[in-house]
Design a protein around this ligand. Sequence first.
Ligand SMILES: [Zn+2]
Length: 214
Amino acid sequence: MRELDVPARTRLARSFGAAVIIALILGAAIGFATLRGGDQGNDGERSAATVSSAGRGETTGTAAVGGGVPTATVKAQVRETRIDPFDASHAAVAGLDATLRERIQKAARAAADEGVDEFWLTSGWRTSEYQQGLLNAGVKKHGSLDAALRWVKTPTTSEHVKGAAADVGPTAAAYWMDRNAERFGLCRTYANEIWHYEVRPADGCPPQKGDAAG
Ligand SMILES: [Zn+2]
């Protein structure tokens, strides 16, 4: 069924359902991290605070973003595709460059004021490991590394890994961004990616590159 055909209440219910599922997945991930932390035999009635401190020692390579957030949680979060741009506790949002995050949030508010009823990030900050996974999947999908690089950068070249890019969804929100991003100091980077936005350089938005390889 197309999104446009779904009554608002149904959409809301579906969003809520997705949130519950995500919460369950995160809960499972945190539980798993806790088990790995040497808590086998525990009855599972641990408080959130205890889980958080148990996971602290496992944070690797994401200190700038994760702080005390368990690695398993960060891994799960960066794979999500409906991310609330105002959720500062979400790794994909917390890891964004502060200027980019503020401008995306301003744009999201304006979009809502202008009748765009759904606006989320399909991706924000990514771990290097996740970026590599996307590239590997791209090679499978497109048949070669060269073909994949038109759509997915490497962990060392990706703006997402640097926290310098945000992907906007759903499609209607991405189209709204295409028309309005510059008002908020943001630029669409690639001709083949209507969803991908970065902070506008001081001298204005550069001409769009054809694709991620260009
Ligand atoms: Zn992107």
